[in-house]
Design a protein around this ligand. Structure first.
Ligand SMILES: [Zn+2]
Length: 341
C-alpha cells in the first residue's frame, strides 16, 4: 500500500488532512458477513500480519478530490477482487433486489436515449456485474457485452473478459457504461483512457459514481458497514470527475449531482456524467474545487436548500424525525413525574 500517493485525478501532491480512523483486525468478528469479507482483504491480502490499520482521509487542494491513505496499488486492488471471488458464497451476503436493478436500468436508458445518435447497436458495461443495467438495451435488440470478474451474465449479455486487457482488438462500442466503478479503482485515469479508445466515432460514455462526502469525512463514517475503506478508494464531487474525464480526452456533455436508488432501496446521491471522445486533453485545474468539496463536507444553509432539489424526500424525513423527537419528549414528561415522593 502507498503511504504518500499523488492525486489520482490531477497528479498533485498537495493534500489537506480531513481526519483519521484506526481499524483493528479483532473488530472483524462484529461486522456483518459482507463487511467482514472486505476487512479480510485488508488484513489478509493488503496488510498481512498486521493487527490494526490507521487510515487518513485527504482532500486534494488542487482539484477537490478526496482519497484515503495508505492507498492500495492497482495490483493490490485486483488481488483483492480475486481473493473475494474465491471465497464460498455465503447466505449472509447482501441481497441485490431485482426491482432496484430494473429501476436503475430504466434510469440509465432514459438518460442515454437523450444523447445516443441514431440508436446504439453495441453496448459495453465495464464492471457491470452480470450486466443487469443493460436490460433495456438488450430488450431492444442491441448487442450487449460486459467486462467483470463475475462469471454468469444474464441472458442476452455476453461476457468479454475479467479486465479490459482481455477484449478482442479493434472492438468498438456505441455506448460504454462505467457505473459505480471509478470509485473502486486505484488508477481511474488509465481506465478512462482505455474506455475512450473503445468508443465508436459517435459513441458516448456514461459514468456514475456515488457522492459520499455529504456532511461526512469518509474514514469517519459512523457505520463502517456503509463506507468501509476497502470497497471505495476515491470520493468524487462534480469538479474532480469532470476534470478527470477531460484529462482522459473526453468532451463532457453533462456532469452533475443527482439521486440514485442504491441496491438496498434507499435514495442516495451520485455524480453522473455523459461524455464523448475528444482530441483535446484539459490540463488547467478547476478553480475553487477544493473549497467546493469542503462546502459539501460542511454545507451552509444555501447548499442544504439546494440539495433538497435533488432529495425532496429529505424534507419529509427531517419533519418526521423531529415529530418523533417531540412525541418522545412529551411521553417522557408524562411518565417521569418529578414529584410525589
Ligand atoms: Zn487532485
Amino acid at each position: 500500500m502507498l503511504a504518500s500517493p499523488s492525486c489520482p485525478v490531477c497528479a498533485s501532491d498537495t493534500w489537506m488532512s480531513l481526519g483519521t480512523r484506526t481499524h483493528a483486525a479483532s473488530d472483524m468478528a462484529h461486522y456483518d458477513d459482507y463487511t467482514n469479507r472486505r476487512f479480510r482483504i485488508l488484513f489478509e491480502v493488503w496488510l498481512p500480519g498486521k493487527s490494526e490499520a490507521t487510515f487518513e482521509s485527504k482532500l486534494c487542494e488542487t482539484c477537490g478530490m478526496v482519497i484515503y491513505t495508505p492507498r492500495p496499488t492497482p495490483e493490490e486492488v485486483n488481488e483483492g477482487y480475486r481473493y473475494l471471488l474465491q471465497m464460498p458464497v455465503a447466505p449472509g451476503q447482501r441481497p441485490v433486489s431485482e426491482e432496484v436493478q430494473s429501476v436503475r436500468a430504466k434510469d440509465l436508458f432514459r438518460i442515454m436515449s437523450r444523447y445516443a445518435r441514431g440508436g446504439a447497436a453495441r453496448v459495453l458495461d465495464f464492471g457491470g456485474g452480470r450486466g443487469q443495467l443493460m436490460t433495456c438495451f438488450a430488450d431492444l435488440g442491441c448487442d450487449c457485452f460486459v467486462v467483470d470478474y463475475y462469471p454468469n451474465p444474464i441472458p442476452k449479455v455476453r461476457k468479454l473478459g475479467n479486465t479490459l486487457d482481455e477484449l478482442p482488438k479493434n472492438m468498438k462500442f456505441d455506448v460504454v457504461i462505467c457505473s459505480h466503478v471509478l470509485e473502486r479503482l486505484a488508477d481511474p485515469l488509465s481506465v478512462l483512457v482505455q474506455l475512450r479508445s473503445l468508443l465508436s466515432e459517435s459513441g458516448i460514455l456514461y459514468v456514475e459514481v456515488p457522492m459520499e462526502l455529504w456532511r461526512c469525512v469518509p474514514v469517519q463514517a459512523r457505520a463502517v458497514e456503509a463506507v468501509n475503506p476497502i470497497d471505495h478508494l476515491n470520493f468524487f464531487t462534480v469538479q474532480p470527475l469532470r476534470f478527470l474525464l477531460e484529462r482522459a480526452s473526453f468532451s463532457v456533455i453533462s456532469c452533475s449531482m443527482d439521486a440514485y436508488v442504491h441496491t438496498n432501496g434507499s435514495r442516495l446521491t451520485a455524480v453522473r456524467a455523459v461524455a464523448r471522445a475528444s482530441n483535446k486533453v484539459r490540463t488547467r485545474y478547476p478553480d475553487g474545487a477544493a473549497r467546493a468539496t469542503e462546502r459539501i463536507i460542511c454545507p451552509d444553509l444555501r447548499l442544504r436548500v439546494q440539495m433538497l432539489a435533488i432529495h425532496p424526500d429529505w424534507l419529509w424525513a427531517a419533519g418526521r424525525s423531529r415529530l418523533i423527537r417531540v412525541r418522545e419528549y412529551f411521553a417522557r414528561l408524562c411518565r417521569r413525574v418529578p414529584f410525589g415522593r
